[in-house]
Design a protein around this ligand. Structure first.
Ligand code: SAM
Length: 158
C-alpha cells in the first residue's frame, strides 16, 4: 500500500465542483488519504468516502505514508519531465501539498470513521444502497478520473 492523497483544492479543480455540487450528498470512491472529506465535512458538506485502506488504523496508514513518501517523490523527480508543472511548480511543492492533504486526512480519520464518513470497501461491490448518493467522485484509481451520477457508476460496475 502506497498512500497518496490530494488536497481539497485539487478536488475542487479536477472535478470542477460548483457550490451546488458541494451541497449534494457525495460519495468519494477511492478517496484514500485525500483531504477532501475532512474539509468538506467541516464546512457542513455531506460526504462519505469508501476505500479498502480504511480497514487499517490511522497509525498503520501513517506508518505506510512515512515508509513510502520519500520514495514516491524520488521516483517523481526521476520522471519529472513526464509531468506538467503548471499548478504545482516543483517536486518539493508537490511533496508539501500531498503531505498536508494526508495530514488533514489522518487528523480526521478516527472521528470520521466513527461517524461513518470513512467506510472500508472496494469496487466493484460497494456497501451502499442504490441511489444513496447524488454524486460520485472517483479520481486516480487505476489512472481513472471520472464524475458520474451514481446510477451510471453502478450500471458500469454491476
Ligand atoms: C492514488 S490513490 C488516489 C486517492 C484519491 N482519489 C486522490 O485522488 O487523492 C488510489 C486509491 O484507490 C484505492 N483503491 C484501489 N482499489 C480500489 C477499489 N477496488 N475500490 C475502491 N478504491 C480502491 C486505493 O486504496 C487508493 O487509496
Amino acid at each position: 500500500m502506497v498512500p497518496w492523497g490530494r488536497s481539497y483544492d485539487e478536488y475542487l479543480a479536477m472535478f470542477s465542483l460548483s457550490p451546488e455540487n458541494l451541497g449534494l450528498k457525495i460519495l468519494g470512491c477511492g478517496d484514500g488519504p485525500a483531504g477532501f472529506n475532512s474539509i468538506l465535512s467541516r464546512r457542513g458538506g455531506a460526504i462519505v468516502s469508501v476505500d479498502p485502506v480504511y480497514a487499517f488504523s490511522s497509525e498503520q496508514i501513517k506508518e505506510r505514508i512515512d515508509a513510502t513518501f520519500a520514495l514516491v517523490l524520488e521516483q517523481t523527480a526521476g520522471n519529472s519531465d513526464e509531468f506538467l508543472w503548471e499548478t504545482i511548480p516543483s517536486v518539493e511543492e508537490l511533496g508539501r501539498v500531498r503531505m498536508s492533504a494526508m495530514t488533514e486526512f489522518l487528523q480526521d480519520f478516527k472521528q470520521g470513521r466513527a461517524e461513518g464518513r470513512y467506510v472500508a470497501g472496494s469496487l466493484p461491490r460497494l456497501p451502499f444502497r442504490n441511489r444513496e448518493f447524488d454524486l460520485v467522485l472517483c479520481s486516480h484509481l487505476n489512472e481513472m478520473l471520472v464524475v458520474l451520477p451514481q446510477a451510471e457508476l453502478f450500471s458500469q460496475t454491476g
